[in-house]
Write a protein that binds this ligand. Structure first.
Ligand code: HEC
Ligand code: HEC
Ligand code: HEC
Ligand code: HEC
Length: 187
């Protein structure tokens, strides 16, 4: 190939054309990926690998599945970020699960979950801590300011006090609220 041709005026257009084609493909690719990612974020998708785990039943039995408001919170509402970029990054991390699924012996059994619950729960909690429980706050928007009248006095007091804490002293939702969807293991 004659590289000098790239800088000739006639070749310039083809480079511009290539860039345009590239951008178009990038945009199309981006939306296609979003669609795929969306499809891969339903409870059903999560439960394809976790099908023998009691996770979904636990959510349904909790306030997040069986509450009086008729809301069933989806796995992704709590476990996946809402911004597209963070979402992609987390998805890539989650894709390690594919490797785990193939390599961890007896992974998709209730016995495995019971056995490894504490370790898995703490891994999951790491994510919530790293994001200041952003997913919880996505729905629970009025915990620290403008608290609802109906909120228990004790809850109000705890939340108000926590909101005033600075730096490391300030706790995140899951520091005080463990096991809001699955039973948090004691040991
Ligand atoms: C390809 C199979 C597969 C799919 C699909 C899958 N998981 Fe998992 N998941 C695993 C495996 C394997 C582990 C154990 C990972 C390990 O310890 O290496 C795991 C662990 C977890 C953990 C605990 C560990 C951690 O890092 O937080 C959570 C939470 C979790 N999965 C949530 C989900 C959610 C939510 C979905 C749906 C968006 C989902 N999983 C879909 C295979 C899967
Ligand atoms: C998709 C929205 C949504 C998300 C995400 C969500 N919640 Fe909730 N949560 C609710 C709703 C709705 C209720 C009330 C259910 C009812 O009682 O009718 C609730 C109830 C609660 C309660 C009171 C009931 C109980 O279990 O004690 C606590 C505490 C709570 N959520 C904490 C959390 C935490 C911590 C997270 C993040 C790990 C979280 N929530 C994520 C919607 C959500
Ligand atoms: C310093 C500890 C602490 C932190 C941090 C904290 N909470 Fe609470 N929260 C409590 C206590 C204590 C209660 C009252 C006891 C109970 O109902 O479980 C409570 C109650 C609640 C309730 C039930 C309110 C009611 O009236 O029934 C919800 C919902 C809730 N918290 C959500 C959250 C969310 C979301 C976050 C993060 C933004 C959060 N909390 C952070 C301690 C905390
Ligand atoms: C209301 C928020 C919420 C919902 C909905 C939710 N989770 Fe979780 N999940 C958590 C939190 C918080 C933890 C960390 C441990 C704890 O506090 O119980 C966790 C822990 C886990 C773990 C680690 C093992 C364990 O039991 O602690 C797995 C696996 C998991 N979730 C999968 C799922 C799947 C699959 C779904 C959907 C069927 C789901 N979660 C729905 C909040 C949620």
């Amino acid at each position: 190939m004659n590289w000098r041709a790239l800088f000739k005026p006639s070749a310039k257009y083809s480079i511009i054309a290539l860039i345009i084609v590239g951008v178009v493909m990038g945009v199309v690719g981006y939306f296609a990926t979003q669609q795929t990612l969306h499809a891969t974020s339903t409870d059903e998708f999560c439960m394809t690998c976790h099908s023998n785990h009691s996770l979904k039943d636990e959510v349904l039995a909790s306030a997040h599945g069986g509450g009086s408001a008729g809301v069933t919170v989806q796995c992704q509402d709590c476990h996946l970020p809402h911004g597209p970029v963070d979402y992609l990054i987390k998805k890539i991390i989650v894709s390690k699960d594919l490797y785990g699924f193939v390599t961890i012996k007896d992974f998709n059994t209730q016995a495995w979950l019971d056995e490894n619950r504490k370790e898995q729960a703490d891994l999951a909690l790491e994510y919530f801590r790293a994001t200041d429980s952003a997913n919880c706050q996505h729905c629970h928007t009025r915990i620290y300011e403008d608290q609802p009248e109906t909120m228990k006095k004790m809850a109000k007091r705890m939340h108000e006090r926590n909101a005033k804490q600075e730096g490391d002293k300030r706790k995140t939702c899951v520091d005080c609220h463990k096991g809001v969807a699955h039973p948090y293991p004691k040991k």
